[in-house]
Design a binder for this molecule. Structure first.
Ligand code: AMP
Length: 513
């Protein structure tokens, strides 16, 4: 038997001498280095007692060696468990206690704080930091891997065996460990490489974090399976993006990358002339950003939609119209339907309901949560995504928001996205978030949190005046709150739960009529 994921990832490289990753410190990893260094990490993990099916958890800074650790874990038959670098020790205690990894790899600077947590969970603690120079240790696992052999007999794993557990980002409740199989990851990587036409001549700008499905799987696996290469940046930095764009062909980013680059006068047609593809996802891209980007560069951003539990589900087309404000068509092999959130009955064209997904990309379930898993699947195998949306007459999928963000006011359903789109269209508004807050009279009160541009002198009255002519009365915000910025997580998602907590008591003083 073969190793389902690793074999696929390494099946198409035409020439092992070609570059897989280039770093701005001058280092370069060829595809033979990928085999050799992931082999060193696999040997190191086996030395540390890792057996097939064991979890290997990592809370490490972004580095190419961390990618080799991921590949080494896959080759050793282990289940890779990346953790957000922003998690505090208290949060790590929950994840490590829940997942019970055999080995927990952390940044050298955090080893002292995290050792008791690893010990308590029975995990072996190792460290991996960012490479500085040949004479400076990058951590105990880095040293161990340098001493290990490059050759490794990759452990056989079947399509249905686990390759990774990714904890959901938890913007709506407690994080759950999504169990992803070898085939979930392999099938999605192969589909994306083909759909987005990646070839060995592609050079991807990789500026995303690698603890999340976007940077780890969508970006890295797609490059690997295509035998392409990437310019591996430590983080998103406009100076570096402009520096490398003349030799790159593609970029994957969250919407914030695009809005930040649009603020830069260096963004021109000429600066992006060598690029063939800009992809956005993980949070909604404003239609305005799509239009402005196309105006400035000539490139229509390709927006796609996915989630930790499913990998990628839909994408705007490579050829054909990339429509702003939509997330495109279901990917080949992926089924999407819109269903009544309560009964699960399928809905028709343009009707808003729950987005449900079925396909080889859909995860196996939540780690050690069989009831939670059962509650989120329909009997016919569709996963209830938690996102509300619709499919239009041309087959494009539209997302209107998370189910949890739906506002029920006086018995009426209000989809925040509809109100946000109207507010965003007002001159002087940068962006907005519409939330429901407990209201003594209406159950929930529609509330708009608005960011206006520096020059704008917009008032609540003006916003409401404009909306009155556009929206039914029950959809109008009961209050408009102006703020400097909306709270976002590292993937650029607006954290509505933070807003709900901050303004939760807003209507508690409202007297009953
Ligand atoms: P995560 O599991 O962190 O990848 O978050 C997945 C969620 O991000 C989805 O369920 C959607 O709510 C949201 N999301 C991802 N891509 C998009 C997109 N292109 N437009 C709107 N929301 C998106």
């Amino acid at each position: 038997m073969a190793n389902h994921l690793y074999d696929l990832l390494r099946s198409r490289t035409p020439d092992k001498a070609r570059t897989f990753a280039e770093m701005l410190d001058g280092r370069r990893y060829s595809y033979s280095d990928v085999d050799d260094v992931s082999g060193r990490f696999a040997n190191s993990l086996v030395e540390l007692g890792v057996k097939p099916g064991d979890r290997v958890a990592a809370q490490v800074e972004k580095s190419i060696e961390a990618i080799m650790l991921y590949l080494g874990a896959i080759r050793a038959g282990a289940v890779f468990l990346p953790l957000n670098t922003a998690y505090t020790p208290a949060e790590i205690e929950y994840f490590v206690g829940d997942a019970e990894p055999r080995v927990f790899v952390c940044d050298p600077a955090k080893a002292e704080a995290l050792r008791p947590i690893a010990d308590k969970a029975g995990a072996r603690l190792e460290t991996l930091g960012v490479w500085k120079s040949p004479d400076v240790s990058a951590g105990t696992l880095a040293d161990r891997s340098l001493a290990a052999a490059t050759g490794f007999d990759t452990v056989p794993r079947a399509a249905d065996d686990l390759g990774a557990i990714l904890y959901t980002s938890g913007t709506t409740g407690r994080s759950k460990g999504a169990m992803l199989t070898h085939d979930n990851l392999a099938s999605n990587a192969a589909t994306l490489a083909d759909y987005w036409r990646f070839t060995p001549d592609d050079v991807l700008i990789h500026a995303l974090p690698i603890f999340h499905t976007h940077g780890l799987f969508v970006a890295t696996n797609t490059v690997l399976v295509a035998g392409a290469s990437m310019i591996f940046l430590h983080r998103f930095d406009p100076d570096k993006i402009f520096e490398v764009m003349p030799r790159a062909t593609a970029m994957m980013g969250v919407p914030t990358f695009y809005t930040r680059l649009l603020q830069d006068p260096r963004l021109t047609r000429q600066a992006t002339a060598h690029m063939r593809l800009f992809i956005s996802g993980s949070a909604p891209l404003l239609a305005e950003t799509h239009r402005e980007w196309q105006g400035r560069t000539g490139h229509p951003i390709l927006e796609r939609y996915g989630m930790t539990e499913t990998g990628m589900n839909t994408s705007n087309p490579y050829d054909g119209d990339r429509i702003a404000g939509t997330v495109g068509f279901p990917l080949p092999g992926v089924e999407i339907r819109i269903a009544d959130p309560e009964s699960g009955a399928p809905l028709g064209t343009d009707e808003i309901g729950m987005i449900e997904v079925r396909g080889p990309n859909v995860f196996k379930g939540y780690w050690r949560m069989p009831e939670k898993t059962a509650a989120e699947f329909r009997p016919d195998g569709f996963f209830i995504s938690g996102d509300l949306g619709k499919i239009d007459a041309r087959g494009y999928v539209h997302i209107v928001g998370r189910g949890k963000d739906l506002i029920i006011t006086g018995g009426y359903n209000v989809y925040p996205k509809e109100v946000e789109s109207e507010i965003d269209a007002i001159d002087g508004v940068v962006e907005s978030a519409v939330i429901g807050l407990a209201h003594p009279d209406f159950g929930e009160g529609v509330t708009a949190v608005v960011v206006k541009s520096d020059q704008a002198s917009l008032t609540e009255k003006e916003v409401l005046g404009r909306l009155e002519t556009r929206l039914a009365k029950f959809k109008l915000p009961k209050q408009v709150i102006f703020v400097e910025d909306l709270p976002r997580n590292t993937m650029g998602k607006v954290q509505k739960n933070v807003l709900r907590d901050a303004y939760g008591a807003l209507y508690s003083q409202v007297p009953r009529p």
